[in-house]
Design a protein around this ligand. Structure first.
Ligand SMILES: Cc1cc2nc3c(=O)[nH]c(=O)nc-3n(C[C@H](O)[C@H](O)[C@H](O)COP(=O)(O)O)c2cc1C
Length: 243
């Protein structure tokens, strides 16, 4: 199995110790990205990735090299400490550069383990935010490990082992899980958006060229009967409302 670890902390301390402990339960090849070292310039809000295609982002090379490693991996481990009740600026800036993936999701066969440490608060919200962002990219399953260290240099070894073993087992199984209702709605919203009078050209091209426009969800993921019917109805309604 191939694993990519992205450290969203500017240092290798509490959050990194948790990632290192999780790594002891994973087997395979590893790649590591310290976001601090990538030095991605701040997203300048030019909208080029969204409106003209991600290749037009002025920081495309750096951002895309990270996304290529995600594509290479079977499992992503992504970490952040809580900073001012949110993710670090490193993670947020990286996510801002990938906002176009909300429009054109693609990582439907990927699973992630989100690791968040904090002194005392905000860990669940931050882990949920990272997970939600990844699901908008198309990620199939998100595992979470959070810990409030209370200023001490301790980690929650038992929980880290339990969750990371489960994560590894799931990666090995290659099983793709059915999406939740929220994911289905968002997928079909973006799918429906290309039928408006003036759709974003690049979005339309993407949904058509990949063939995703013809499916209620990514075709490799088995929705089951009820979710399939729900998605069909949802798409029909969204298309009408958006028009
Ligand atoms: C700039 C900054 C902001 C922080 N904000 C919070 C916070 O809002 N709530 C909290 O409980 N801890 C906060 N912390 C504490 C860190 O989340 C905590 O010490 C974390 O374990 C550090 O991880 P690291 O060792 O990987 O950097 C903050 C720390 C820093 C440096």
């Amino acid at each position: 199995m191939k694993y990519l670890i992205i450290n969203g902390s500017p240092r290798k301390k509490n959050t990194w110790s948790m990632a290192k402990q999780a790594k002891t339960n994973l087997e395979g090849e590893f790649e590591e990205i310290q976001l601090m070292k990538e030095k991605i310039p701040m997203c300048n809000g030019c909208f080029k990735c969204i409106m003209e295609g991600e290749e037009n982002c002025p920081h495309y090379e750096i951002v895309n090299s990270i996304l290529e490693k995600i594509k290479w991996s079977d499992g992503l481990i992504i970490t952040s400490p809580v900073y001012a009740m949110n993710v670090t600026a490193l993670i947020k800036n990286f996510f801002d550069h990938t906002a176009y993936l909300y429009h054109r999701p693609k990582f439907f066969d990927k699973k992630a383990l989100v690791i968040v440490s904090t002194a005392g608060a905000g860990q669940k919200d931050v882990a949920n935010y990272i997970g939600e962002n990844l699901r908008h990219w198309g990620f199939n399953k998100i595992y979470q490990i959070t810990y409030a260290c209370g200023g001490k240099e301790s980690i929650n070894t038992e929980e880290i082992n339990k969750v990371s073993q489960k994560f590894h087992k799931d990666i090995v199984s290659k099983k793709l899980h059915a999406p939740n209702i929220g994911d289905l709605i968002f997928y079909n919203l973006w799918r429906a958006m290309i039928s408006t009078k003036e759709p974003i050209k690049i979005d339309k091209e993407y949904w058509e060229s990949t063939g995703l426009v013809n499916y209620e969800f990514a075709p490799d993921v088995n929705l089951g009967f009820i979710k399939k019917i729900f998605a069909k109805i949802m798409f029909f309604i969204l298309k009408k409302v958006i028009k």
